[in-house]
Design a protein around this ligand. Structure first.
Ligand SMILES: [Zn+2]
Length: 137
C-alpha cells in the first residue's frame, strides 16, 4: 500500500463519526480568508488586531466543528445557517439574475411571489395567506 493511500485511510478513519466540512464550515473558512485578505490593506494597528483575532476565532471554530463528534448539534447549526443565511442569499442572487420574472414579497407573511415581467399593473393573490399584493411587473 502506498504512503498516500495509507495517509488517506488514516484520515478517513480519523474523520469517521465526525462532522467534517459542511456549508457552515466552508462559509466560516471563506469568511476568515476574506478577513485575512482585507487585513493586508489595513493600516490601523487596532483594527488589524481585531480583524486578525476574529479571523483566528473563525478558523478555530470551523476546525472545532469539523472534528466535532456531536453530529446532532452540528447538523442543527448547519440547518439553521442554511435557512437563515445561505438560502436567502442564494435566492437573492438568483432573483438578481432572473430577467424574465419580477419578485414580490407579500407584506403580510413575507412570502415571495414570482410573476412574469412586462404585464403592466397587476394584482397578485398571495398563495399562502390570500392577501393582495399590487405592483407593476
Ligand atoms: Zn402572504
Amino acid at each position: 500500500m502506498g504512503i498516500f493511500r495509507k495517509i488517506g485511510n488514516a484520515l478517513a478513519r480519523f474523520m469517521y463519526g465526525r462532522n467534517g466540512a459542511d456549508h457552515l464550515g466552508l462559509f466560516t473558512v471563506w469568511t476568515a480568508i476574506a478577513l485575512d485578505i482585507v487585513n493586508m490593506f489595513v493600516k490601523n494597528d487596532l483594527a488589524y488586531g481585531i480583524i486578525g483575532t476574529v479571523s483566528g476565532v473563525l478558523v478555530f471554530w470551523a476546525l472545532f466543528r469539523m472534528f466535532s463528534k456531536n453530529l446532532a448539534k452540528r447538523r442543527a447549526e448547519n440547518a439553521k445557517f442554511l435557512q437563515k443565511v445561505w438560502w436567502p442569499i442564494k435566492g437573492k442572487f438568483h432573483r438578481m439574475k432572473d430577467k424574465d420574472h419580477k419578485y414580490f414579497t407579500c407584506p403580510t407573511c413575507r412570502t415571495v411571489c414570482r410573476v412574469p415581467r412586462g404585464k403592466g399593473k397587476i394584482v397578485i393573490t398571495c398563495p399562502k395567506c390570500r392577501g393582495r399584493i399590487e405592483g407593476k411587473s
